[in-house]
Design a binder for this molecule. Sequence first.
Ligand code: B16
Ligand code: MG
Length: 211
Amino acid sequence: MKFKGIIFDLDGVLCSTDEYHYLAWKALADAIGADGFSREDNKLQRGVSRMESLEVVLKRCAKQYSDVEKLALAERKNEIYKSMLGNMSEKDLSEEVYSTLLALRERGLKLAVGSSSKNTPLILEKLGLGSFFDAVADGNCVMRSKPHPDVFLLAAEYLKLSPEDCLVVEDATAGVEAGVAGGFAVAGVGEARGYGKTNYPLGTFSDILKI
Ligand code: B16
Ligand code: MG
């Protein structure tokens, strides 16, 4: 591999919390009568910030909400989401993901997380990865979330590496756009696998080892 560092997205790459995000937004949408909120809508929420995700739900709503009310709605969704994370543990870190991370580290690569989520520290702790990574940049550290490149640029800076020396691993099109905008090569799983700007489509997570 020509890279010196790898920056991993969290939700949808290192763990499957993307499904909990959908279920929590769906619960909020049902509660406020945002009829028609669907899995297609949820695709637009992947990788983008909590407040931008809320706007996707509110497009399905006739009522106009004030900024204060929007903050309360986002907080309400986050409480539902966090209650879903309640039972999360090291068992939710797949054997494939963990063994791949260890193999990459053994090869001397620096490993970081670059996530839009403000819940990143909580989730990493639950997965048993609280002190595993060389750097963590998340939604608590940047003002602009993906598709802006800020969180990946910050992760690279923390690793003391330039973007061209880092590979970004993403599941969301907004995340691929963020990586490309920052000057990174991007590997894609899930939806990002078939996205035109993805440099390395991955059949499965461990395929990173073949790059
Ligand atoms: P939170 P990632 C992103 O995480 C999710 O993909 C996106 O759906 C979510 O809106 C965003 O985090 C913010 O999450 O509400 O926990 O702060 O994919 O960038 O790891
Ligand atoms: Mg993601």
